[in-house]
Write a protein that binds this ligand. Structure first.
Ligand SMILES: Cc1cc2nc3c(=O)[nH]c(=O)nc-3n(C[C@H](O)[C@H](O)[C@H](O)COP(=O)(O)OP(=O)(O)OC[C@H]3O[C@@H](n4cnc5c(N)ncnc54)[C@H](O)[C@@H]3O)c2cc1C
Ligand code: FES
Ligand code: FES
Length: 1363
């Protein structure tokens, strides 16, 4: 029966909500992984994800809580009321209210298999190296699982699109797609599916060019994707059945809740209307994809929520001759199908509105959102950038709204009143949308959308443009409706009115509409949302596309027709290949073999444990941070008392709770940062304190209640402002070689320019997390955290808790990605949590929300390089002078080493005889920027390739030629006097150029560009050399501890952390090879400071070199001790025999190995202790090298672009494990591609806060952003004579990242053709990232852009700041 609900306010003499719902059921009944569940005591405030993780099903991960990453994907099987069929919906558990699972079957990653009996989807992703850190993997597995359950035989296209709601930051997606494509129907040949061998198994890539799956024609058999697929046969009949109990499940009205919140789940429209009548403020929840975001991030609370997703009447549709009526809460996935049916039903012309809806849905969010999100939700939200609303308005739809006893029709063209305000009465619901069919003849409807990223991104501008023409092509009606141009979805009134009565196919009509659109959208430069010029230009460009699209239908012969404007960029099925035989020449028993990541299967099944998966400790508290909301301010008052009065809140901690005032200070190498703010805050997002409570929800509510009073102070954000105000940290370095001024005086040309690039959010899928467990004795404390740096964590936890290091054990099981972002920044949270645990003497846990993580943890440094190049006529560069600045943010952190590395990589791969470069760190009021894969190297090389590109353009020389002329030769010295040994860049340059057919492609590109007005292709060939070693000498050391137990099993501990890069796998391989045992006998459990002490952070791509050698050195000792037993028992003796015998002989079977990198130690200027040694000494142990080629296609009307093909070749020496190395290369490349294209961090000028704080606003590449053809190979058939690393392998983690810039330079190349088209010969100075906005604006000269240009008024500033 219904629980005793607290009475809602009554409405006069109407029946109250409690009375109305007193007979409602209060129990949720559903199936979870095949088992029946009944819940009659339910926390109404938790999501499905919180429920699942709370009962120990921690395979489902929390990555963002905003539906943007897919880490939380589960499958909900249900009898779909729209289609009447069972549908297995992939769903974001982070958004789904628990009430939405009643009567359904919830399937989680644990439900489909485990590492003993994996599901084929799990096993194939694991075997194909589709899982690195594994944090995204359960969600990806579940998306694939949903696809397999829903499709009898998915096509390769279905597979390619199945992951548009999932993100992965590690793999670069290619291996996941390859694994998934092994299930496609084109692949009837797969061994797993009973065939003779699919293209992947035989060497190619699924999705091969001919679509038959027989890619053998394309790829030779020696380029095998998976040497031994061993795929488990996929047999649908073994899948979890749809529980018979659910077939006839009677959906009953449900009501449950507590004092703060109640849920109602009516099952008829009548019940819903009664509820709305009794309590009009009751919040309707459809898919919850909008409302849960409001609850989580905007602190909205709805004390009466009504779930309408199970009201069958709202999910029906009917097709009448003149219109289709579609239930307001059909799922968007079903709406897609309804649109297909409408096309069948009405025919192409009349079904144009449905085609427009379908197209709008295609790029609407990801599949998980579309599976639950609804048109009514989209309409009622009234977002100005809604994708559906422009279509509904443009096609003259009508809403059917209902309140108790009343049905009203609301025409869409008057529905939106003002920002997020509609004409829907408060007590009414959207019951249906009536979509009129188009005329058989003379009516044209088209939609457009441009976003930062193609898939799963909200629009910058979208539009649905429609016209009705009479037989003479005179416009009878026009609805040019835009999103993203105003606070509401808006009709371009002037333009639409202008059109009516005009003959459509006339130049004057086009001109007139363009003029009118300029008036309609006269955006100010500082318009909210920014991008004034781009948005205005897009509005014009969309109409231009539309105009020509209509024209081609009505007057294809007209002179004014510009066919080139019509097509949009479409991607084909992606493919790729790898050279899997690269290591044959040197592979040993284990080393050099392509072993999948050892934890991959556990990651695919959800068994792999991350910090927040550690079970809740007895008496545990949860912490929620209180962060500064001001960029720079005095802290006048911090009042935690409102929080302390709240239920469940146990304590408040701040700077007074650390062991001493000095203990609040931290930072390496400069101690200039506080754990808790003191009297002043220096950035928005700086921790002030933490609220501790018994649940995460209560802790968050408590944190929101803390009152902080500020007095604002001036703030600096950008590098340019800092340079102007001379706001620098106390760090200055330079490298001098030769005589730059003399060279400038003597050379033929001197050119100057700037290279500017933005930073990059790490966006590891697992946010920072820590659990501190105080021990009863001696101040001991155990700290689990997601850190790359357990030792520094240990040291600072000891500091804040006031004990010696030997009382603190810092532990890491694995990280869900780090990329440098958890090298130092993770220490902040660990120490705050440890302080809390120390104060309360209770275990304390905190996993940051995605927005908190982004606000507190710093990013890759933005860089500015001001360069001057002296060059001779023949292209030989004579001198480089550069001032380099990075944006350090509010504290120094690792900024010094980052800018230093920028200086050491500013030569790219070019021999410049005279160099004078200097570096400084800008002190600003942004987050403290930190290490990120590449650590200043990519920024330095970006400056190099920028000056190369601009110098080549100024000389009128192909940039490839300039690169070749200046490229280092073997044995030459860098500007810091390091000789280049084992130098293979020139060789790889030649190989990639030839394998890519670069010269032929150049001819093809020239031809294509000459024939296409708006779409242009571009090419680039980019080399890299990346120095391996920590620049701080003392960090180049490592330790390992190996135990051989007397059963022969081996436990390894070393100083490195596993964060997806496969370090543990490589170390186990090194140990297995050295001790001559099967890989399966070697195990690494965790990284901990009580097994291996004084470790360096896992960073600088040196961890395999360092820890691998340390482990090897331990093996050498053990082998020495086992030697007599090997002699005694012979070569075939097992480790069990050896260890057993040695143990009984009292032989020590534990060994500690140590390694330090020899030779290195560079002396920087200025002012070294011995000035004569300045600019001497070896900076890097060696250089990892590579070359990449790319071809891109851009649409110069919209700024849209797609990477057509990328080839990468890397010299990683003798690979320890090619499967892992390929994974690193692909993953780093895609991360680099993101850095240089889609990923743009923005600060909100008015508040001084970072705006891009989640996947909704910050766009890392998705599955459909990777190169359509992506080929990767390792350099082979060469010798590495001077490489003295373990196995002669080279570090690979960071070096390939810069290869991602190849698309940036290919885009730049395409832009040159665009400018040529319009007669503009200005040099392209493209700032990174090359977002669609920058691409469009750098087109520079076309007439539409000129119309769209918005000049700032005097003193007017942009809405966002690029730091
Ligand atoms: C990751 C992500 C990506 C997204 N991408 C896009 C995108 O690309 N394009 C886009 O346009 N939107 C996007 N959205 C926004 C959102 O998904 C859509 O607006 C969706 O249509 C909302 O539907 P819903 O049923 O989930 O709404 P809910 O969150 O359930 O409800 C939203 C609002 O609608 C009201 N409502 C629901 N049903 C009714 C009804 N029958 N009658 C009256 N009011 C009702 C609710 O009370 C609430 O105010 C995205 C959201 C997320 C989280
Ligand atoms: S955690 Fe749900 S989508 Fe990211
Ligand atoms: S493996 Fe995908 S995020 Fe790490």
């Amino acid at each position: 029966m219904a629980p005793a609900l607290v009475e809602m306010p009554t409405n006069g003499d109407k029946v109250s909500l409690a009375e109305l719902t007193q007979d409602y059921d209060d129990t949720l009944r559903f199936y979870l992984n095949g088992t029946k569940v009944e819940l009659d005591s339910i926390d109404p405030e938790i999501t499905l994800l919180e429920y699942l993780r709370g009962i120990g099903l921690t395979g489902t991960k929390l990555g963002c809580a905003e539906g943007g990453c897919g880490a939380c994907t589960v499958v909900i099987s249900q009898l779909n009321p729209t289609t009447g069929k069972i549908y297995h919906a992939s769903v974001n558990a982070c958004l789904a209210p628990l009430v939405s699972v009643d009567g359904k079957h919830v399937i989680t990653v644990e439900g489909i298999g485990n590492s003993q009996r994996p599901h084929p989807a799990q096993q194939r992703i694991a075997l194909a190296s589709g899982s690195q850190c594994g944090f995204c993997t359960p969600g990806i597995v579940m998306s694939l699982y949903a696809l397999l359950r829903n499709y009898e035989e998915p096509s390769e296209h279905d597979v390619e699109e199945a992951f548009d709601g999932n993100l992965c930051r590690c793999t670069g997606y290619r291996p996941i797609l390859d694994a998934a494509q092994s299930f496609n129907k084109a692949c009837g040949k797969s061994l797993a599916n009973g065939g003779s061998g699919c293209c992947m198994e035989n060497g190619g890539s699924c999705g091969g060019s001919n679509g038959t799956g027989d890619a053998n024609a394309v790829y030779s058999a020696d380029e095998k994707k998976f040497k031994t697929p061993d795929f488990i046969h996929y047999d649908k009949s073994t899948e979890l059945i749809y529980p018979p109990g659910l077939h006839k499940y009677q959906f009953r009205p449900v009501a449950f809740g507590n004092k703060r919140k109640k849920w109602y789940r009516p099952v008829t429209v009548q019940q819903l209307l009664e509820i709305k009548n009794a309590f009009p403020q009751a919040k309707l929840i459809g898919g919850s994809t909008e409302t849960q975001i409001e609850i989580r991030f905007k602190a909205m609370s709805y004390n009466a929520s009504v779930y309408v997703g199970d009201i069958a009447e709202l999910r029906q549709y009917k097709m009448e001759p003149e219109y289709a009526e579609i239930g307001g809460n059909v799922a968007l996935t079903d709406l897609e199908k309804i649109c297909d049916e409408a096309v069948e039903h009405y025919g192409d012309a009349k079904a144009q509105p449905f085609k427009a809806i379908k197209k709008a849905i295609r790029y609407f969010a990801g599949r998980q959102i579309r599976n639950v999100g609804t048109p009514a939700g989209n309409l009622a939200t009234a977002s100005p950038i809604s994708d559906l609303n422009p279509v509904f308005v443009s096609t003259n739809c009508t809403l059917i709204a209902k309140s108790l006893g009343k049905t009203i029709e609301l025409p869409m063209n008057t529905f939106f009143k003002s920002y997020r305000v509609t004409s829907l009465p408060e007590n009414a619901i959207i019951a249906a949308i009536r979509v009129p069919v188009a005329a058989e003849k003379g009516e044209y409807v088209r939609t457009y959308k441009q976003a930062k990223r193609k898939d799963d991104d909200i629009a910058i501008v979208n539009a649905c443009l429609s016209v009705k023409l009479d037989d003479q092509n005179v416009v009878q009606a026009a609805n040019l409706v835009y999103g993203g141009m105003a606070p509401i979805t808006i009709l371009a009134k002037n333009a639409s009115n202008f059109l009516v009565g005009k003959s459509f196919p006339e130049q004057d009509t086009l001109e007139g509409v363009m003029n009118a659109l300029e008036q309609d959208f006269n955006l100010p430069f500082g318009v909210p949302g920014g991008m004034a010029t781009f948005r205005k230009t897009l509005a014009l460009s969309f109409f231009y596309k539309f105009f020509n699209d209509v024209l081609v239908n009505i007057a294809a012969g007209e002179k004014i027709l510009d066919r080139e404007a019509i097509p949009e960029l479409e991607r084909g099925i992606s493919k790729g290949k790898k050279d899997h035989d690269a290591s044959i020449g040197y592979s040993q028993k284990i080393l050099g073999k392509a072993n999948p990541h050892m934890a991959a299967l556990k990651q695919c099944t959800g068994e792999a444990q991350y910090t927040d998966d550690i079970p809740v400790q007895k008496n545990e508290l949860y912490g929620s941070l209180v962060l500064s909301t001001k960029a720079h301010a005095k802290l006048l008052k911090v009042d935690a008392s409102p929080a302390l009065d709240m239920p469940g809140v146990a304590a408040w901690i701040d700077r007074h709770d650390v062991a001493s005032p000095q203990a609040n200070w931290w930072g390496a190498p400069v101690c200039d940062e506080v754990f808790f703010a003191e009297d002043e805050v220096f950035t928005a997002g700086q921790p002030i304190g933490m609220v501790l409570a018994d649940t995460p929800q209560r802790a968050l509510a408590g944190a929101r209640a803390v009152r902080v009073t500020y007095e604002e102070l001036p703030a600096i954000f950008t590098i340019e402002e800092a340079v102007e105000k001379q706001s620098f940290f106390n760090h200055y370095r330079y490298i001098h070689k030769g005589d730059v001024e003399k060279a400038f005086a003597e050379c033929d040309h001197v050119f100057q320019g700037t290279a500017r690039m933005g930073g990059q959010e790490h966006f590891y899928l697992e946010t920072n997390a820590a659990i501190a467990i105080p021990k009863p004795e001696d101040g001991e404390l155990e700290i689990w955290s997601s850190t790359q740096n357990p030792t520094e964590t240990q040291a600072y936890v000891a500091q804040v808790t006031g004990v010696a290091n030997n009382k603190i054990v810092s532990k890491v099981k694995r990280l869900g990605g780090g990329f440098g972002g958890k090298e130092t920044r993770s220490i902040q949270l660990a120490c705050i949590v440890a302080t809390a645990a120390n104060k309360t003497r209770r275990p304390v846990r905190c996993m940051l929300n995605r927005d908190e993580d982004i606000m507190t943890s710093g990013q890759r440094h933005p860089f500015l390089g001001v360069w001057k190049i002296g060059v001779n006529k023949d292209g030989k560069i004579q001198a480089l002078k550069a001032s380099v600045f990075n944006n350090g943010g509010w504290s120094q952190d690792l900024s010094a080493a980052v800018v230093d590395r920028g200086l050491s990589h500013i030569d790219g791969v070019y021999n410049i005889p005279n160099v004078d470069v200097e570096g400084r760190i800008c002190k600003t009021n942004t987050v403290s920027n930190s290490a990120f894969r590449g650590f200043g190297g990519p920024q330095g090389m970006f400056i190099a390739e920028t000056y190369m590109s601009e110098v080549a353009d100024r000389l009128g020389m192909p940039v490839e030629k300039l690169r070749e002329i200046n490229m280092y030769k073997s044995g030459e010295e860098t500007h810091f006097h390091q000789e280049l040994e084992d130098w293979h860049v020139p060789l790889m340059w030649k190989q990639v150029k030839s394998e890519f057919n670069y010269d032929e492609k150049r001819a093809e590109v020239e031809k294509f560009n000459a024939e296409h007005k708006w779409q242009k292709k571009g090419l680039a060939l980019i080399p890299t050399k990346f120095g391996i070693s920590f620049t701080a000498l003392f960090l180049n050391q490592a330790g390992a501890l190996i135990h051989i137990y007397h059963d022969g099993s081996i436990l390894v501990a070393h100083g490195g952390t596993e964060m997806g890069q496969g370090l543990h796998t490589k170390i186990c391989m090194i140990v297995a090879e050295a001790l001559q045992v099967p890989l399966s006998e070697v195990h690494i459990s965790e990284t901990a400071t009580n097994t291996v002490a004084n470790t360096s952070s896992t960073a600088a791509s040196a961890s395999s070199d360092l820890n691998g050698y340390a482990a090897y050195n331990a093996c050498v000792q053990l082998n020495e001790r086992l030697k007599p037993y090997r002699e005694k028992f012979g070569p075939d003796a097992t480790m069990k025999q050896l260890a057993h015998a040695a143990y009984f002989d009292r032989v020590n079977l534990s060994a500690n190995g140590f390694y330090k990198t020899p030779e290195i130690g560079y002396i920087w200027g200025p002012n070294p202790p011995d000035p004569s040694k300045e600019n001497t000494g070896k900076m890097f142990f060696y250089f990892t090298q590579g070359v990449a080629a790319a071809e891109v296609l851009i649409d110069s009307l919209t700024g849209d672009w797609t990477p057509l093909r990328t080839d990468i070749k890397m010299d990683v020496g003798r690979s320890i494990n090619p499967a892992i190395d390929y994974g690193q290369i692909e993953g780093a490349y895609v991360q680099g591609q993101g850095l240089f294209t889609t990923e743009e961090s923005l600060w909100h000028r008015a508040s001084g806060q970072i705006f891009t704080r989640g996947p909704g606003a910050y766009k890392i590449p998705g599955f459909r952003d990777i190169p359509q053809e992506f080929n990767v190979s390792l350099l082979k058939d060469v010798e590495w004579k001077n490489l003295r690393t373990i196995q002669r392998s080279r570090g690979v983690g960071e070096p390939p990242l810069f290869m991602g810039s190849v698309v940036f330079f290919a885009i730049r190349d395409a832009l040159k053709y665009v400018r040529m088209q319009w007669g503009n010969d200005e040099i392209v100075c493209l700032r990174s990232p090359a977002t669609p906005e920058r691409i469009r604006i750098e087109c520079a000269a076309d007439p539409i852009l000129k119309r769209g240009h918005v000049e700032p008024k005097e003193g007017e500033k942009s809405f966002f700041i690029h730091i």
